[in-house]
Design a binder for this molecule. Sequence first.
Ligand SMILES: Cc1cc2nc3c(=O)[nH]c(=O)nc-3n(C[C@H](O)[C@H](O)[C@H](O)COP(=O)(O)O)c2cc1C
Length: 479
Amino acid sequence: MAVSDLRGFIAALERSGDLVRIKREVDWDMEVGAISRRAYEKAGPALLFEKIKDYPPGYSILNGPVGTWRRVAVALGLPPETSVRQLYAAYEEKHERKLSPVTVDTAPCQEIVMAGPEVDVYQLPAPMVHDGDGGRYIGTWDIIVTRDPDTGWTNWGMYRFMIHTKNMLTGWPQATSQLAIMMKSKYLPRKQAMPVAVVIGCEPLCHMVATDPYKPGENEVEYAGGLRGEPVKLVRCKTQNLLVPADAEIVIEGEVLPDRIALEGPFGEYPGYRSGTMGEGVLVQITGITHRKNPILTLSTLGVPPDDSSIAASLTAAIAMKRGLRRRGVPVKDVYVPPEGVTHLIVVSVERGGSRVARQVLDFFTARRVMVSKVIVVDRDVDAFDMNQVLHAFATKCHPGRGIALEHYEGRGNALTPCYSADERRRLKGTSAVFDATWPEDWEEEGVPIKSSFETTYPDWLKEKVLAHWESDGLGGRL
Ligand SMILES: Cc1cc2nc3c(=O)[nH]c(=O)nc-3n(C[C@H](O)[C@H](O)[C@H](O)COP(=O)(O)O)c2cc1C
């Protein structure tokens, strides 16, 4: 079974050898970020910074909860060496076992309470993550909880939040996020402030669920329970009518103001580039802060992959896309989101290929908000998780004239797609391309080139003989 809080997860990482404690004093002003960034780029461990300059002993920062596949495996309660394909399968399977949350009256996340005039977010060690960020970011690996005022549906999303003043945060939920849609459609017309909670420091599965683009009405906390194999405990906030995970390290309670905005960003973002210039962000008036004694702030020092974003989104986006493609009748076998492609590039393998199926895939990806700009479709005999095979299929099977289809859109695109111009980003304008690396459906069997590989070229009896002698021929370990 997976763990139920961040401290349990840290202990599990320590047991698997995937955590290093940094005991010397480090500066919240870029030093934590610089060490963390290099650790990702060297495939290093999660880092627990135990002594932060200007902060009391015991206040710490955990960077990179799921910055490697090994850490995802630990979060899921699986052996750290579990393969990516197996992790995808386990996530998909556990995800379907939804478990209802339980509500509790007292909670570790409320051991310390600040409310009203006592509120001072600078009492928490929010780092200046990268050089060039617009400010100190307290929300990088968080869960943002909001509620639909009409239906009571609660949304979880992961959005970045920067400190504006000691009792205000500013954030950047994209126009296509559920927070932005809810604010625009429900709260702004009534000129009402929107209750919000910024939850920091749960075990990673709750956070991963928050990165999954569920539809309105879907109960994300039940999915988190299913993944953990144990219901999530929820507690009511002290100053807002919202339920939040009781075992979190820190909860910042507040309201998104309907009549004010504030400057926000830039931030070193998940595609691996700094996000433009400072822009307009939503403004949150903090009404209360609650936390555990000796709180641990979770941090994701985003940048070039792999990091928590490219790894977590690889998994959650792929499962969501597979669900969606199946709903649309696409004969999908696997969806793989290679972390190196930072969710801009997706691989879809299909049971039956051809241009019609490739078009269906493109239509799916461009139907709503569009975060993906490139999709490679491969036949079922290509392992979508093996980028060597995918690249081979792309290079040899995608016709440069007929095999590429495009879809253009405006108002629904991804403002963080680096190849878009400033104007395109502002207007959420974009283009998605599907690269059809499958054989055309109308080719006669004789016309389809035969793949020249061990698997496809030799008779079964010979393959069996080769495999039977493999070890004794001195080729063991190369299976
Ligand atoms: C580390 C990380 C940071 C993210 N930051 C933001 C952000 O600042 N704004 C945003 O709109 N989406 C951000 N996302 C993507 C959203 O979490 C994702 O689109 C999710 O589906 C949002 O939830 P929603 O569908 O309920 O809006 C981030 C994802 C990760 C993994």
